[in-house]
Design a protein around this ligand. Structure first.
Ligand code: GLP
Length: 264
């Protein structure tokens, strides 16, 4: 696992965008990007959008697959992940909406929606780079603690903590859906590269458990230890509980030229 500790949230976004852009350049125009909702990747998307505006990155032929969606929330709702991805990813990155996929959280066909979503990812050739945030309880996508590390895209029940964390996007906690459909941990692990971004002291325990704790479904993100190309990009506050923080900093500062990122 590569750990990059940045001065602040904006720098996290700049480094994350550099990593995603590097992979997109290597893969070519048809790159398949896995995208996450939540506050954490917004700065990364903003930095990618600057590259697109500057003409140094063209994602017009790229495909995108979102991690998750609420169950039973109409897609027109401003907080459906369909709407959030459209607002924060598809439009600013000038993606072709026909190639942007979000799991279908409508009640109709829900039983098979997960299987169909996994099949669509395979049909697109698999995800080249998956962008991830992390929940305060260590979840990735909406894979809550004790999710199977081999799980596939499926319906899950949100924990009280996640519903409380996400109340800020709704009028009240009662309005936060209780169920979601999320890429499974096994699905996420099939992406050829993972880029996880996080900011703030409230993520420090989850980051320490993910990076330096045991691999356990109690902290779903700890499965990243098993991925051959996982990069974790965090600010100083989110790195606050890491025992080897100085080692990770020295490693990044002394990378050989060929491993360095073109951070803008
Ligand atoms: C949500 C999303 C996750 C996201 C997490 C953290 O529950 N399903 O994909 O990583 O929240 O969100 P934030 O980045 O806003 O802290």
């Amino acid at each position: 696992m590569e750990i990059i500790i940045c001065q602040n949230e904006d720098h996290v976004g700049a480094v994350g965008a550099a990593k995603v852009a590097q992979i997109a350049r290597r893969v070519g125009p048809g790159v398949v990007i896995g995208v996450a909702t939540g506050g954490s990747p917004l700065s990364l998307y903003a930095h990618l959008a600057s590259r697109v505006e500057a003409g140094t990155l063209d994602l017009s032929e790229a495909s995108a697959f979102a991690l998750d969606e609420y169950v039973g929330l109409p897609i027109e709702h401003p907080e459906s992940y369909y709407s959030v991805i459209d607002r924060t990813v598809t439009k600013p990155l000038h993606l072709d909406p026909a190639r942007v996929h979000v799991p279908n959280g409508s009640l109709e066909g829900l039983e098979t929606a997960g299987q169909r979503y996994d099949a669509a990812i395979v049909a697109a050739g698999g995800v080249d780079v998956q962008i991830l945030g992390i929940g305060a309880n260590g979840h990735i996508g909406f894979n809550e603690p004790t999710s199977s590390l081999h799980s596939r895209t499926r319906v899950k029940t949100l924990t009280p903590q996640t519903r409380a964390d996400n109340t800020r996007f709704f009028d009240s906690e009662d309005d936060v859906p209780r169920h979601c459909i999320t890429q499974g941990i096994g699905t996420i692990m099939e992406a050829r590269a993972l880029v996880l971004v996080a900011n703030g002291a409230h993520k420090a325990d989850a980051i320490a458990a993910m990076v330096e704790g045991p691999v356990t479904s109690w902290c779903p993100a700890s499965v990243l230890q098993m991925h051959p190309r996982a990069t974790v990009i965090i600010d100083e506050a989110a790195a606050g509980r890491l025992q080897l923080a100085d080692y990770y900093k020295q490693t990044y500062e002394n990378l050989p030229e060929w491993q360095r990122l073109d951070v803008r």
